[in-house]
Design a protein around this ligand. Sequence first.
Ligand SMILES: Cc1ncc(COP(=O)(O)O)c(C=O)c1O
Ligand SMILES: N[C@@H](CCOP(=O)(O)O)C(=O)O
Length: 479
Amino acid sequence: MRYISTRHGSQGNPQPLGFEDVMLAGLARDGGLYLPAEWPQFSKAEIASLRGQPYGEVAYRVMRPFIGDAFDEATFRRLIGEAYASFETPEVAPVKPLGESGLHLLELFHGPTLAFKDVALQLLGRMLDHTLTARQQHATIVGATSGDTGSAAIEAVRDRRTIDIFMLFPHGRVSEVQRRQMTTVLAPNVHNVAIEGTFDDCQDLAKACFNDLAFRDRHALTAVNSINFARVMAQIVYYFWAAVKLGAPERPVAFTVPTGNFGNVYAGYAARQMGLPVSHFVVATNSNDILARFFEAGGMTMTDVVPTYSPSMDIQISSNFERLLFDLYGRDGKALADAMAGFRSRGTLKVGANALGGVRELFDAGRLDDEGTLKAIVDCRKRFGVTLDTHSAVGYAVAQQHRRDPKVPMVVLSTAHPAKFPDAVEKAVGERPALPPRLADLMERTERVDGLPNDVATLKSLIDERMAALRQPSRAARR
Ligand SMILES: Cc1ncc(COP(=O)(O)O)c(C=O)c1O
Ligand SMILES: N[C@@H](CCOP(=O)(O)O)C(=O)O
């Protein structure tokens, strides 16, 4: 399998890369995002054969075509096995019906940090470490988080000698549980940085580090955000997993995805490109609804980010949207690079009526404000006895407005455990959801974090200084 950048052709025509190089690169050197030159195809028989298989087997079969010869079969199976052994349920991602409503929850929060990010990051951390160890290399992750990617990535790479991780998060804009899940990890290779700004600022800073090629090469930067195609690949798996449980390939399935950076729903789109019968996707946003506005009107106009009860979706510039736009621009990397440059300079982007028509056949979109989010948590608890987190609640409510066919099962991706957002959940149902016992003392643990302004030069200096100090022989020996 060869990979190309969404901006290929905009700065020469670099050779397509293989999986390991794409995984280590994270962001393409032309500023674009990698994706496969062609999607692997699954026949109906191959999809049907996934039914009844354990999650690890589905994961192996769905991801195998993407990795080429990066890992031999035994190694890849071992990495998958180890990744999902860290989950609290052997099912990994249970699919649960909500009564007779035709709605189903795909619970993705049973990993170590209680959010769907663990599904991909538990594997990615192991794949990175395996490859770096084999190549006798070290890499430096620079990532951005609105709360969940950060702790999942840190958990996946803590204490690994092959990797240092710098995780940028917007100061004061993640929940206390989310912050502490990052800042209380005191492993020597973990560096948390609270940025004075929004998640979009953090993501821009991370991308600016990658786009400074000398800096990028000096530290062998790599990514754990969904700009890294390996993240998307591991998220494709649970769309196949859920769909075959509900009758695919004979019966189509719909998915509603609470959306911020567009990585999760893009993984679903990828599954459909691979042959999975998905009738449609519902993109569910909070009041930061640039994506909902796009699917309604075909244009994106940036506005200010407002803080909400679903902070992980407080995003205006959704990285992975570029991967969908690549298709909408006829896979013309140069035209897309120009459009993205225009979006960044003018704050607006429009696609033509033809492209929009196609995309609207497949995607519905809707938004839910904070008041609606609390009501949705109450409603789901009353009707089905399930307490949702705030992000899943957005999905739950928006899904019900976009059932196109009541005979088609609608899967709502439940992306986080309610205990990650205890204040909002308590506000809704009057009860504080408890953290699992292994995190019971989270609020008493010591925190370590650097605070920085929203300034790339200051960030780069911090990374340069920290990495120089860590390379000193006396410090390096202790790691
Ligand atoms: C709990 C939760 N739900 C939903 C989302 C949105 O997912 P995506 O950014 O892949 O669109 C996020 C952040 O990514 C999240 O942490
Ligand atoms: N909501 C995310 C934002 C980053 O998304 P990613 O999927 O690109 O890592 C978070 O919780 O950090």
